[in-house]
Write a protein that binds this ligand. Structure first.
Ligand SMILES: [Fe+2]
Ligand SMILES: [Fe+2]
Length: 184
C-alpha cells in the first residue's frame, strides 16, 4: 500500500463521521435536537481518531519530514494544513463546551453548538479534499521510496503505540454509535 493510501483510508472513516455530523446539523436547523450522547460520542471520535490518530501522523511525522526536505518551499501549504487541524481542534472544544447547555434547551448554547458544528464540517471537509487531491499526490512525487518506507515504519510504530490505549476497533464502534443515535 502506498504511504498516503493509508491516510486516504483513514479519511474515508473520518468522512463517515462528518456525514453523521451533517445529518445532526440538518436536524438542529429544523429544531429537532439529536440526543446529547450523539455529540459526546462525536467529540470522542474526532478528538481521538481524527486528531490523535490521524492528524498526529500527518502533522508530526509527514509534514515535518517534508518541510525539512523541501527547505521552506512548501511552508505556505503545510502551514495552511496545520492551521486547519488547529481550527478543527478549537471547533471541537467549543462544541464540547456547549453540549450541556444544548441538552437543557438553552438557545444560546444551541446556537454555539450549531456554529461550531457547521464550521467543523466545512473546514474539515475542505481540508480532506485538499489533502486527497493536491497534497498527498505531491508527497508521493517528492519523497523517495526509501523515505516513504521510513515514514511508513514510523506510522506503524505510532499506530501500535496508540493501539495500546485505544484499539483501532473502538473507532468503528464510536461511528456505529453515532449512526444509531442520529437515525433514531
Ligand atoms: Fe490533515
Ligand atoms: Fe488528513
Amino acid at each position: 500500500m502506498k504511504l498516503t493510501e493509508r491516510l486516504v483510508k483513514e479519511h474515508v472513516r473520518i468522512l463517515r463521521g462528518i456525514k453523521f455530523l451533517s445529518l445532526a446539523r440538518d436536524k438542529i436547523e429544523r429544531n429537532q435536537h439529536p440526543p446529547k450522547q450523539f455529540f459526546e460520542t462525536a467529540v470522542l471520535f474526532f478528538r481521538n481518531y481524527a486528531d490523535k490518530y490521524h492528524h498526529f501522523k500527518e502533522e508530526y511525522l509527514m509534514f515535518g519530514f517534508l518541510a525539512q526536505k523541501k527547505a521552506g518551499q512548501l511552508d505556505l501549504e503545510i502551514g495552511a494544513l496545520r492551521h486547519q487541524h488547529e481550527r478543527g481542534r478549537e471547533f471541537i472544544s467549543r462544541l464540547e463546551r456547549s453540549i450541556n447547555g444544548y441538552a437543557m434547551g438553552n438557545e444560546i448554547a444551541v446556537t454555539s453548538l450549531l456554529e461550531n458544528l457547521s464550521a467543523f464540517i466545512s473546514v474539515l471537509g475542505h481540508h480532506i479534499h485538499m489533502e486527497d487531491v493536491i497534497f498527498f499526490p505531491l508527497v508521493e512525487k517528492e519523497l523517495s521510496q526509501a523515505e516513504k518506507t521510513s515514514l511508513m515504519d514510523q506510522f506503524v510504530r505510532e499506530e501500535a503505540r496508540l493501539d495500546q490505549s485505544n484499539p483501532a476497533q473502538i473507532y468503528d464502534a464510536l461511528l456505529a454509535k453515532m449512526e444509531k443515535l442520529i437515525t433514531l
